[in-house]
Every structure is written in C-alpha cells, then in structure tokens.
Design a protein around this ligand. Structure first.
Ligand SMILES: [Zn+2]
Length: 345
C-alpha cells in the first residue's frame, strides 16, 4: 500500500512524500499511526549530530500510537482494530529487523519501528496494546518520553520516600522524571533549566523548587537547598552531566544520565567524586519492560495521577515536521506531536 511519510534523504534534508509499503513479513504489523512524538533523538538524526548515518535515505520516528490494520504470520500479541503504543523499547513478541520501502523507485530504509508516516510496518515486539478508551494522544508519549523519564526515577534511581532529587533539563523527559519523583514520594524535587516556561511546566508536574540556570549557578543554588540524594540529567549537555554528579551528596548520592549528547562529545569528571562514594548510573531509556511497565503508566494516567496535557499541547501536521523540529530545538514546545489525521498540504 501507499502512504505519506517523512524521509530523511541527507542531513538537514527531510522530504514528505508518498512511499510504497511492502507486504508484511512474519512477525510484522501494519499500523495506522494516530500520533507520533518527536524527541531529541530524531532532532540529532535530522541535524546529522549522531555521526555518520549509513542508512540514508530512511524513515524515522520512534514513539507513537495507532490502530492495528493487519498482522503478519505468527503475530499473537495484537489483532486488527487494537489500539497500540509504538515504542523503540523492545517488549515481548517477534523481533523483526526492518523493511525496505519504495520511494519513486528508490529504496528507503526503515528500522523495526518508524512513526513519521500515516501508516507504518512495525515489529511485533515494539507494540503494546492499550484499552480502546485510552486517549491516543497521551498514548503517543508512552513510546519514549514518559517511560524514559518515569523509569529513570522509578526503575533506575529508585528513591525512597522523603528523598531529595534534582532534574537537570525540563523537556519532555525531564518533566516526566519530575512526575516520577512525585510518585515516588520525594520530599524535595528541584527543577533546573535555562528557559522560564519549562520551569513553570515543571511546577505543574510536581517540582517543589526551581533553579533558573541562566541567572544562577545551579551548584551554588542546590547547595543552599541542602544535601541532594539524586540528580537526573535530562538535557543531553555534558556540562549538566558533570554538574549532576557534582551536585549529589557524598556517601551514597546518585546521578543518573539520561540525555543524549552529540556524537563525539565527551564527559570530563573529577575522579574524587567517586572516592567520596557518589554513584553515576546510565539508563537504557528508563530501564523499562514495556509489557510490565507501560500498562502501569497507563493506569496512572487513567487514575488522574499523571496528567500529560502540558506535554501534548502542541500538534503539527506531517508536512509541518521541520517546523516542529525547530520548535523542539529552540525550546518553544516541550514535546511536539504529529497528528496524522491533519491534512497534508
Ligand atoms: Zn525518543
């Protein structure tokens, strides 16, 4: 079948055009995409900041929601008509590498999941079925931002109730980390960002203190707030990663690095931090098991313990994807969502 898709032809060169999808292979699922999120990973990809890209030209996008249209041989996890979360995180089910799409006679690569298109072919293990009444707009965030932010706190850091926690960078993932800290019962949740609007959003997600890093030194400001048990870095800047480790208390303080830095960037650390008993952790997108954790996160939304409306406030049509990327890059929007039902110009 034919569908409209965004194709990355070369760095900075994104084309919206019709592509032809091949027949399903065993273990693959055809999904009509409802919403696709856009995160910094795609921004880095489109801008060429992830280094050499051997897959060009290719489709992209790794978080979304949609409705199953058709299933390939052997697929048992979902059936036509099911509402699903689309995520880069691997869950149960067949793991099928990817597809080759056809664009005007040229081959276009696609991974096990791509979401910047009206229809897509997705590997069974990247899908999680959700209740039909669950809002598809919120479900789109379940593919990356929400599980990464919540999971970095709840699965990776695992703070005890009453802990103090700071979040460096309050974009989509950072805001979800703040919500995770609130759910975990942290007594002091400190949001740090350069953009005042993001700090306002942080307060609505549960931050108890804000540090405007353009006006005050975050380390000095944090010191005044007392010992810090946990720091979550969600900005992708090596300086913030360094500060996250420097900020946590000696003898047991933990910093978790979530943000994606540009290809080639390196991180310099003072080894004395480790002699003081501080811990530095990485996280694989919040260390989630999609089939276990995604239904739990959906329940939080359904029980009104997790309101994601500040993250889903701005939607774009597929042909506006470049504009959406720019708005993400400049911090004008927290998490751009592409609404595939909007007409393509
Ligand atoms: Zn992502």
């Amino acid at each position: 079948m034919k569908t409209q898709a965004a194709i990355l032809v070369a760095p900075h060169h994104l084309v919206i055009d019709e592509i032809e999808l091949p027949a399903l292979q065993p273990g693959q699922v055809l999904v009509k995409i409802a919403y696709s999120g856009i995160c910094h990973t795609q921004l880095l990809e489109v801008r060429g900041y992830r280094g050499h890209d051997p897959y060009l030209p290719h489709c992209l996008g790794h978080e979304g929601s949609g409705i199953v249209v058709e299933v390939g041989e052997g697929v048992t996890k979902v059936k036509p008509g099911d509402a699903v979360i689309l995520s880069w995180m691997k869950g149960q089910g067949a793991n099928v590498m990817g597809s080759i799409f056809n664009w005007q006679g040229k081959k276009v690569n696609a991974g096990a999941i791509t979401t910047f298109s009206q229809h897509s072919i997705i590997s069974e293990n990247r899908l999680t079925p959700i209740p039909s009444a669950f809002p598809l707009k919120a479900a789109a965030l379940m593919g990356c931002a929400l599980p990464t932010g919540l999971g970095a706190v709840l699965n990776t850091a695992q703070p005890k109730p009453g802990s103090t926690l700071a979040v460096f960078g309050c974009g989509g993932i950072g805001l979800c980390a703040i919500k995770g800290a609130q759910i975990a019962g942290c007594s002091s949740i400190i949001a740090i960002d350069l953009i005042p609007a993001k700090l306002e959003a942080a307060v609505s997600m549960g931050a108890t203190h804000c540090i405007h890093a353009a006006e005050q030194d975050p380390l000095e400001a944090l010191k005044k707030l007392g010992p810090l048990d946990f720091a979550i870095e969600a900005s992708g800047h090596p300086t913030a990663m360094q500060q996250a480790l420097a900020a946590v208390r000696p003898q047991g303080g933990t910093a978790v690095i979530v943000g994606n830095a540009r290809q080639g960037q390196t991180l310099t650390l003072d080894p004395k931090e480790f002699n003081q008993g501080k811990r530095l952790l990485g996280t694989w997108g919040g260390d989630n098991q999609p089939d276990v954790h995604f239904p739990q996160y959906c329940e939080l939304v359904q029980n009104n313990r997790l309101n994601v409306s500040s993250l889903t406030s701005k939607v774009y049509a597929l042909h506006q994807i470049e504009e959406a990327l720019q708005h993400l890059e400049t911090g004008l929007v927290l998490r751009p969502l592409v609404d595939m039902s909007l007409p393509c110009a």
